[in-house]
Design a protein around this ligand. Sequence first.
Ligand code: NDP
Ligand SMILES: O=CC(=O)O
Length: 293
Amino acid sequence: MEVGFLGLGIMGKAMAANLLRHGFRVTVWNRTLAKCQELVALGAAVGETPAAVVAKCRYTIAMLSDPSAALSVVFDKDGVLEQIGDGKGYVDMSTVDATTSCQISQAIKQKGGAFVEAPVSGSKKPAEDGQLVILAAGDKVLYDDMVPAFDVLGKKSFFLGEIGNGAKMKLVVNMIMGSMMNALSEGLSLADTSGLSPQTLLDVLDLGAVTNPMFKLKGPSMLQGNYSPAFPLKHQQKDMRLALSLGDENAISMPVAAASNEAFKKARSLGLGDLDFSAVYEVLKGAGGSGQA
Ligand SMILES: NC(=O)C1=CN([C@@H]2O[C@H](COP(=O)(O)OP(=O)(O)OC[C@H]3O[C@@H](n4cnc5c(N)ncnc54)[C@H](OP(=O)(O)O)[C@@H]3O)[C@@H](O)[C@H]2O)C=CC1
Ligand SMILES: O=CC(=O)O
């Protein structure tokens, strides 16, 4: 199977490499073209523009930072729309809002192409290991065509029906994840300032009802101040913002998510946006704990 791949950031690079490892022929494009070289070394071909990739490949996957990047790659000059058409499929796996996804879907369908949104749950390591959870929606025929690729990229894929449902599901999941990260950060800070060992807190949490892979993975590195980015904080804040907007549209009160969003915004204002989202701990330590914000 030949696929195009647009966007070689933390996730896109790992996902495209995984497809190559599993025998897919992959043509890559990245806004900063130099980043394609690592994939070329693994056997990828390079397309000079998104349009060139779509012209060459029947199926093209995108993994881009946010709604504005997702729209730009489709609608701008040399974008996906210039070459999409009958018999071609476009699969956007970026985390965006439902409105962005619907806009892309309508434009692609108008040109005769097929569209699936397929954001993923799971971070850098699951992307490297092909263990993502894929939250797809849109054209069912294209979804079925993509199953061999989804089987390589993920451990499970859900087909959620009409366009927008994948985007919304992803935002709900990440809203919960961001709030949990804030709760963990506050707990570590409270333990520390009240004379308890934060490491012992992690050990206690791990044995009780709230144990989870995220606390297990992130907790120890947070205590070491290691925020090497797997999931950049600026993207988590984008997801909180988009989830809150979904809450606004549906008149759902989300005080916990709103407070968490404020902490992520504060972290961004302190220049922590490119670090891992667990760096929000630095803000919560600064708010009352022993650490420096
Ligand atoms: N990291 C993670 O753990 C996870 C991330 N996600 C989601 O996946 C998406 C990608 O995340 P991640 O790989 O971490 O992000 P990165 O910031 O590492 O990569 C972002 C990618 O988007 C490209 N890009 C940004 N702006 C534009 C633009 N205007 N036009 C064209 N390309 C652009 C970047 O190109 P360039 O190299 O030129 O900057 C890069 O390829 C995001 O939506 C994120 O929320 C989902 C699950 C997990
Ligand atoms: O979007 C981030 C993730 O870990 O999932």
